[in-house]
Design a protein around this ligand. Structure first.
Ligand SMILES: Cc1ncc(COP(=O)(O)O)c(C=O)c1O
Length: 359
């Protein structure tokens, strides 16, 4: 192909730097190997089977997804050890989860009696057994049973449900993403994980023998993955990283950007580009510009963003610029495919196959 790789891409486009992504995958896999802990990456970040397979090749033991629709896509692509790190409530989705379990191991998190009864009923009807992970609320306040006695009571309830097998505990410390002080985050991550370990001990003392404890994300993996008793980490964002997480975890390089083109220069130091909210999300704040840290995106509309440049930055109409998303997971979900660039050449286009599979 002629010219710079950026000239050969129709904008806006989601571009993945293959080398940086591979580095990120290896950094996390090496950490897990050193700590002798399972790595189960959350693939909601990339939604792309090709990348999930690379993660497994690097040492991951399975994957996490958030939705049955995602589990179906990854199972069809050959992934055979999946944890839905979330609850599946809808009866139609429960039916699909049961079907999927006839072919592939797909575990699911639970935290309500009604949901477990629905799962049990559907599993009995089809003659299959469902492995469930009891989610414990370790501080996020989103999902989960409270640690300690409430969790023990729930585990006892689970033991009496037909075709339901309790295999472990999940505790997700997502609220620590906003704790910027690393020492505080470390301390709080250990506190959260100790709640999970203490709950496991309580269950074990009461004859419920489980050992599988899963949790962690890109900002806490080091602490969660070093905590005695935790057997698995489930980070997701690290594969691409983004502006928001990079501030906290610079060991993971920004490997995915949105390539856009300058379309107008309405007034001095003000430029318009052809990527707006339909191409890059701003739920974690406006995105930034890769090579122009002094230039800022001020306004975002559906198809455009308006930049005020730094004093020394100037752009040409048609110039291609890389935007660093502030939240890569919601941005990836806007794209049909990823354009993969290696050594300044476009090498692949990978379908974001699980895009939009949030049901
Ligand atoms: C239950 C659960 N586990 C793991 C993750 C991965 O977190 P991160 O993408 O910050 O690494 C998430 C993120 O939403 C999650 O909800």
């Amino acid at each position: 192909m002629e010219g710079n790789w950026k000239d050969n891409i129709s904008t806006p486009a989601l571009v993945v730097d293959y080398g940086l992504m591979q580095k990120n995958i290896k950094t996390m896999a090496n950490f897990a190997r050193e700590k002798k802990i399972n790595l189960r990456p959350h693939v909601k970040t990339h939604k792309c089977p090709e990348i999930a397979k690379m993660m497994l090749e690097a040492g991951a033991s399975g994957i996490c997804v958030a939705k049955v629709g995602e589990a179906e896509i990854f199972a069809e692509s050959g992934l055979n050890d999946i944890l839905i790190a979330n609850q599946v409530i809808d009866l139609g989705q429960i039916k699909r989860l049961i079907e999927l379990n006839k072919k592939t191991l797909v575990r699911v998190c639970v935290d309500s009696e009604k949901n477990v009864k629905d799962l049990s009923k559907a599993a009995q009807k089809e003659g299959v057994s469902i492995e469930v992970v009891l989610e414990i609320d370790i501080g996020l306040g989103r999902n989960g049973i409270q640690p300690g006695e409430p969790a023990l009571n729930f585990a006892k309830f689970l033991q009496n449900q037909k075709n339901i097998k309790l295999v472990g505990l999940q505790g997700y410390e997502g609220h620590l993403i906003s704790v910027l002080d690393p020492e505080l985050r470390e301390q709080q991550a250990h506190n959260c994980m100790q709640l999970l370990v203490d709950t496991r001990d309580l269950l074990n003392e009461n004859g419920i023998n489980i050992n599988y404890l899963t949790g962690g994300n890109t900002t806490t993996y080091r602490f969660t993955g070093s905590h005695e008793g935790i057997t698995e980490i489930q980070p997701g964002t690290y594969v691409f990283n983004d502006e928001h997480h990079y501030r906290v975890c610079p060991e993971f390089k920004v490997a995915a950007t949105v390539l856009c083109a300058v379309s107008n220069n309405p007034t001095r130091r003000i430029y318009t580009v052809d990527a707006g909210l339909k191409s890059v999300t701003n739920d974690n704040g406006n995105p930034t510009l890769r090579d122009y840290p002094k230039s800022k995106i001020k306004v975002m509309t559906e198809e455009h963003s308006i930049i005020r440049t730094g004093p020394k930055d100037t752009f040409e109409i048609g110039q291609k610029i890389e935007i660093i998303p502030s939240h890569i997971c919601t941005t990836v979900n806007l794209y049909d495919f990823l354009t993969v660039v290696k050594d300044d050449e476009i090498i692949e286009k990978w379908d974001v196959l699980a895009r939009g599979k949030n049901y």
